[in-house]
Design a protein around this ligand. Sequence first.
Ligand SMILES: NC(=O)c1ccc[n+]([C@@H]2O[C@H](COP(=O)([O-])OP(=O)(O)OC[C@H]3O[C@@H](n4cnc5c(N)ncnc54)[C@H](OP(=O)(O)O)[C@@H]3O)[C@@H](O)[C@H]2O)c1
Length: 227
Amino acid sequence: MKKAIVTGHSKGLGAALATQLEADGWEVLGISRSGGAEVDLGSPQALDAWLGSGALGEFLADATDLILINNAGTVGPIGFIGKQDAAAIEQAVNLNVTAPLMLTDAVVRDRPAGVPLRIVHISSGAGRRPSETWSTYCATKAAIDMHAATLAAEGLDGVRVASIAPGVVDTGMQELIRGSDFPSRDRFQALKDQGQLSSPEKAAGQILTLLNRADFGEKVLSDVRDA
Ligand SMILES: NC(=O)c1ccc[n+]([C@@H]2O[C@H](COP(=O)([O-])OP(=O)(O)OC[C@H]3O[C@@H](n4cnc5c(N)ncnc54)[C@H](OP(=O)(O)O)[C@@H]3O)[C@@H](O)[C@H]2O)c1
C-alpha cells in the first residue's frame, strides 16, 4: 500500500497535494485542525499526544512506500521586530518548525523496516533571503531547510528528503498577506492583480514531479522552478 502523510491538507497547497496523491493511488492521511487527523500542530503537547495514541503506527503498519509532506504553516506574525506578540511567535515556531521536526522523527522511527520514505518540507523563498516584517517566518523556513540538509547528511537507509519552495501560490495565506500592512504588500497585490500567482494545483503538480524524479533528494534545498 502506497501511503502519504500531508499536514495542512484541508486547504490551499496541502489540499491540492492530497488530491493529486490520491488520484495517483496513494492513501493519504491528512493532519490539520479541521479534517483528517485533527491535531493543532501549533501545540507540541497536542502533537505529542497524537503521536503517542498509536494512530501513526497503525497508519504506517502496512505501507510499502511512504511519503511525508510537512506542508502546514503560517506566515504570521507579520510586524517589525520589537512589535510582535510573544504568543504568536511561539505558535508560529511550533507550527512551522517543531511540528515538522517531531513528525519527521516519528515517521522515520516508526516506518516498517525496509520501506522507502520520501520527505518534503514545504519551505519558502523567505527562508533563503530576509524579508522585513516576516522575521519569524523567514527564521522558521530557514530552520526547516537546515533540518532537511541535516537529515540528508545523516544518510539514513531508504530516506530521501528535500525542502522545496513552492513559489507564490494563490491560497488563503496570500489573502492574509494582501490584507496585512507591511512594506512590500503592494508587490503581492500586484502579483494577484496581474494574474501572476501560481495555482495550488500547479504548485502541487510541480512538487510531485520533483518527488517522483529518480534524482529526488540530490538537491536538498529546492524550488518548484527545478521541476
Ligand atoms: N501561498 C504561498 O504563496 C506560499 C509561498 C511559500 C511557501 N508557502 C508554504 O506553503 C505551505 C502551505 O501554505 P498555504 O499557502 O497552502 O496556506 P493556507 O492556505 O493558509 O493553508 C494552511 C494549511 O495549514 C493548516 N494549518 C494551519 N495552522 C495549523 C495548525 N495550528 N495545526 C494544524 N494545521 C494547521 C491549515 O489547516 P486548518 O486551518 O484546517 O488547521 C491549512 O490546511 C506553508 O508551509 C507555507 O509557508 C506558501
